[in-house]
Design a protein around this ligand. Structure first.
Ligand SMILES: *[C@@H]1O[C@H](CO)[C@@H](O)[C@H](O)[C@H]1NC(C)=O
Ligand SMILES: *[C@@H]1O[C@H](CO)[C@@H](O)[C@H](O)[C@H]1NC(C)=O
Ligand SMILES: *[C@@H]1O[C@H](CO)[C@@H](O)[C@H](O)[C@H]1NC(C)=O
Ligand SMILES: *[C@@H]1O[C@H](CO)[C@@H](O)[C@H](O)[C@H]1NC(C)=O
Ligand SMILES: *[C@@H]1O[C@H](CO)[C@@H](O)[C@H](O)[C@H]1NC(C)=O
Ligand SMILES: *[C@@H]1O[C@H](CO)[C@@H](O)[C@H](O)[C@H]1NC(C)=O
Ligand SMILES: *[C@@H]1O[C@H](CO)[C@@H](O)[C@H](O)[C@H]1NC(C)=O
Ligand SMILES: *[C@@H]1O[C@H](CO)[C@@H](O)[C@H](O)[C@H]1NC(C)=O
Ligand SMILES: *[C@@H]1O[C@H](CO)[C@@H](O)[C@H](O)[C@H]1NC(C)=O
Length: 329
């Protein structure tokens, strides 16, 4: 009896796989013709290295575009495109057929080499974007005002993480405050390496007045200066604050201890001074604190909660004291 069942099951395998195929097609949908041709036009206009491309190089008309690597569909419409690290070079211009993919919700073009060209203003046409990642993509110059029209964005990553790059993105006109003014749904903002050149009251108020749901604030190497504006404490959802390599020349204020969800705090090489508030170490959720290379910063570990969640504590190049009577190293 058992053997019989096994045999009949085996004979069903081709049927099963056919069924599965129909199912997967139904989930992502048959690619709509205009979406497929927009993607192929996009591919044909992009300059990329066949040997280094893992996705684009395989796109071709013989298959439904919803099955192409890097493409995500919903009911035949392209809603996600991940072309990160595809060795794309050259210029992405306003006429690119990328901007015909109106249904896009997630777009990742990170780690390419867009030849120090400007971020095209036509991004404004992708009004359904919730996730935009242009990190280290090779864009340079002024970040266009049109990015501020993408009102559904939850994640915006324009950070630059390449030390070999000479290109530089800037936020001057529009400035940070104009950029984020209408992006009130933003949860993650990554602008590391972008020249923001703002004073504390400017960047703190820009963020605190517009981004009530912000969880990740990553603005290392942004030419920011102090002082911290108390309005920053309105951002109660903050979990990550990365402000390394700025020129703050101020003390960290006590209110940082009131961020109840803080997990990671970095001020490496930020020219902090004064006394670091010991209360910050008491935040129960905190896992990582980086304070290295702030030669004017003092602090004490005498009330350090040794049984907390903290995994990483970097204090090299600072003046921290321990209560020797209590702790022997
Ligand atoms: C065309 O796409 C199909 C399905 O994705 C793939 O198997 C095939 O290798 C591709 N052809 C070329 C020339 O890349
Ligand atoms: C990009 O892809 C190359 C292989 O082509 C890999 O070695 C490298 O680690 C990738 N870089 C990133 C940032 O993913
Ligand atoms: C944008 O998203 C909304 C809500 O998710 C949806 O109703 C609308 O059809 C989308 N627009 C496009 C062009 O995909
Ligand atoms: C942006 O894309 C890069 C490469 O895929 C990834 O490492 C990075 O985490 C992404 N940023 C965000 C905020 O998701
Ligand atoms: C896109 O068009 C705008 C004007 O509509 C222009 O200012 C900008 O330089 C263009 N960007 C690119 C990358 O061609
Ligand atoms: C933000 O939205 C308001 C109201 O819709 C509008 O008047 C303003 O110009 C927008 N700001 C930016 C920078 O787009
Ligand atoms: C950054 O921008 C400011 C003004 O917006 C400018 O004065 C400064 O030279 C820029 N810094 C770099 C490194 O380009
Ligand atoms: C940012 O730009 C807007 C519009 O140009 C301007 O009104 C505002 O004063 C600027 N903010 C700062 C802090 O420079
Ligand atoms: C803090 O995190 C918890 C758990 O992730 C979440 O439920 C809560 O809403 C967060 N608090 C704020 C103010 O965002």
């Amino acid at each position: 009896m058992k053997i019989l069942i096994l045999i009949s099951c085996l004979s069903l395998i081709p049927l099963c796989s056919l069924f599965l195929k129909v199912c997967t097609l139904k989930v992502s949908g048959q690619c709509l013709g205009n979406e497929q041709s927009s993607l192929l036009q996009l591919k044909n206009k992009l300059v990329f290295n066949d040997a280094l491309s893992a996705k684009l190089v395989h796109w071709n008309d013989s298959a439904n575009c919803c099955s192409w690597e890097g493409v995500t569909c919903s009911e035949g419409r392209v809603i996600g495109l991940d072309l990160s690290n595809e060795s794309i070079s050259g210029v992405l211009d306003n006429s690119s057929s990328l901007f015909n993919l109106h249904h896009l919700q997630k777009l990742n073009l990170a780690y390419n080499e867009f030849d120090s060209s400007q971020i095209p203003s036509q991004f404004t046409k992708l009004s359904n974007l919730t996730y935009l990642n242009l990190s280290t993509a090779g864009f340079a110059g002024q970040i266009p005002l049109e990015i501020s029209h993408l009102k559904r964005l939850a994640t915006l990553d324009l950070s630059i993480h390449s030390y070999r790059s000479t290109y530089l993105l800037m936020l001057e006109k529009p400035n940070l405050s104009t950029l984020v003014q209408n992006l009130s749904g933003l949860k993650e903002l990554h602008l590391d390496g972008v020249n923001i050149s703002a004073k504390g009251y400017e960047w703190c108020r820009a963020l605190s007045s517009s981004l009530p749901h912000l969880r990740v604030l990553s603005m290392s190497r942004c030419y920011l200066s102090g002082p911290f504006d108390p309005s920053l404490q309105n951002l109660q959802s903050l979990s990550v604050i990365h402000l390394a390599n700025n020129q703050l020349f101020v003390p960290v204020l006590e209110f940082f201890a009131d961020f109840k969800n803080l997990t990671s705090l970095s001020f490496t090489s930020s020219k902090l001074n004064g006394k670091f508030p010991e209360k910050i170490f008491q935040i129960p959720t905190l896992q990582r604190i980086e304070l290295s290379d702030n030669s004017m910063l003092q602090g004490s570990l005498s009330e350090f909660p040794w049984n907390g969640n903290l995994r990483t504590l970097q204090l090299g190049g600072t003046f921290f004291f321990r209560d020797i009577a209590e702790f022997y190293w």
